[in-house]
Design a protein around this ligand. Structure first.
Ligand code: AMP
Ligand code: ZN
Length: 470
């Protein structure tokens, strides 16, 4: 059974395999800019990436999956115009940029957890990788790909002849018709690698560099973190479809000019969530957007949204309406009515018919993540004339990819929506206690940090460890 994905770079479906001798898929996903809550559009993209990673695992691959947290440098326009989004967030909330980053990172991770998205191998913050970003700019400078203006160090896009290829850009027209004030930029498609702090005011986030005090450009962050953690050539790089034209085009240009190697073998992009029939895109900057918290306030379980997202293919636009979410909620309820009856009955999948259903499911997800088809197969299995032990086993098997918590009773998954997964927290606390008993302080501190990121405060006493929500 083969696995194939649509590769944005070639604009066609390609067979996915790893290079000879490799067993781990190295994936980088562009993460959130933490100046505001994530909206359910952003989260649609992370749900598509979750389907990708669960599918790869289902096919037996090991993963090294990195998601970044953009906590500096993303300006209000992707083309380096306007304010830093983090500073804007600070002005809006009256908090410091560091507090804003911390608050929205935690809120983001909570949404992630509530939607049952698998933890990446590593979360990495842009502000923890400033040295790697400066090194990358130095390499580009040494190779002659940069120039200096009064406000920063820029990448000279005309020196990368393949610049337009990835997004099929019409650079000539872009130059001619550019309504962007190019300032001192040589070309409309050039972009900032390092921005200088304004001379008349101190920025909350700024660092020394060989070029002067300032902060990194948004694009260099992702290239530097991806290559630092995963090497010069990744297996898969993902993001939302809006990243194709500017962000990923720029990541490719600067990474490939620095290393001389292809930056990623596969590029996968999720299409946008739109609001209702108006076709308008949901955007954080407009301030009008729906969050997971709002869905919960209105009585939905985050997994209702997960199911809603799975009902469309990730490369198609998805229109959000409350009615559509309501019907996803009803579908999940009726799935649970059936799967709750199968709880604890799973045994081996061995009949020809059951193995055939399993093969069909594997084929569907392996065909560029056809989740709507995979859901159809699940429904057919629940209606099929199979013994309960096999039905139960197939449900548990499919749910490894669908992530709808069909292997736990509905009552328990409702509890998940309360914000914490008590079982998971208890298990982390047990692991931490064991680490402390083994005097493995590094590990016990790491677990404490993982818990803190989930908003859990722990208290040690002679009687044991207790926890509360912050
Ligand atoms: P941001 O936090 O704005 O940097 O975006 C985080 C991720 O969400 C990126 O991969 C974007 O491409 C993606 N994204 C932004 N808006 C939408 C939307 N309406 N639908 C789906 N994905 C989106
Ligand atoms: Zn990125």
């Amino acid at each position: 059974m083969s696995l194939s994905f649509y590769n944005t770079a070639s604009r066609r479906k390609e067979l996915f395999t790893l290079p000879e001798g490799e067993d781990t898929v190295r994936i980088y996903c562009c993460g959130p800019t933490v100046y505001h809550f994530a909206h359910i559009g952003n989260l649609r993209t992370y749900l598509f990436e979750d389907a990708l990673r669960r599918t790869l695992e289902y096919y037996g691959y090991k993963l090294k999956h990195i998601v970044n947290i953009t906590d500096v440098g993303h300006l209000t326009s992707d083309e380096d115009e306007g304010e830093d989004k983090m500073e804007k967030g600070a002005a809006r909330t009256g908090k410091t940029v560091w507090e804003v980053a911390d608050f929205y990172t935690k809120a983001f991770m909570q949404d992630w957890h509530l939607l049952n998205i698998e933890e990446p191998t590593l979360w990495c913050r842009a502000t923890d990788h400033i040295a790697e970003q400066i090194d990358l700019v130095k390499t580009l400078e040494a190779k002659g790909f940069t120039y200096r203006t009064s406000d920063g160090i820029y990448f000279d896009s005309l020196k990368f002849p393949r610049y337009a290829d990835f997004a099929h850009l019409d650079v000539e027209n872009l130059q001619k018709g550019s309504r962007i004030d190019m300032g001192e930029k040589h070309s409309a498609t050039d972009f900032a690698l390092w921005k200088f702090s304004p001379t008349d005011k101190k920025r909350a986030m700024e660092w020394d560099s060989p070029w002067g005090v300032g902060f990194p450009g948004w694009h260099i962050e992702c290239s530097a973190m991806a290559m630092h953690h995963l090497g010069p050539t990744l297996d898969i790089h993902c993001g939302g479809s809006d990243h194709i034209r500017v962000h990923h085009t720029n990541e490719i240009a600067q990474s490939e000019c620095a290393t001389g190697k292809p930056f990623s073998r596969f590029w996968m992009h999720g299409e946008f969530l739109r609001m209702g029939a108006s076709d308008s895109k949901m955007s954080k900057s407009s301030g009008e957007f729906l969050t997971v918290d709002l869905l919960r306030e209105k009585g939905f379980n985050p997994l209702d949204y997960r199911l809603f997202a799975l009902t469309s293919h990730y490369r198609n636009y998805l229109n959000f309406t409350w009615d559509a979410l309501e019907s996803a909620k009803e579908s999940l309820k009726s799935l649970h009515k059936k799967t709750d009856l199968l709880m604890g009955k799973a045994q081996k999948i061995e009949s020809k018919e059951a193995l055939d259903w399993q093969a069909q499911f594997k084929d569907a997800i392996g065909d560029d993540l056809n989740m709507p088809k995979a859901l159809g197969i699940l429904n057919n299995v629940l209606r099929a004339d199979l013994v309960e032990s096999e039905k139960a086993a197939l449900v548990a098997d499919f749910d490894k990819v669908l992530g709808l918590c069909l292997d736990i009773p509905r009552e328990d998954y409702e509890k998940k929506a309360e914000g914490v997964d008590a079982k998971e927290i208890e298990s982390l606390i047990t692991q931490r206690t064991e680490a402390r008993q083994a005097k493995n302080w590094a590990e016990s501190d790491r677990i404490r940090d993982v818990l803190a990121d989930k908003g859990i405060v722990i208290k040690d006493s002679p009687q044991g460890t207790t926890w509360t929500l912050k």
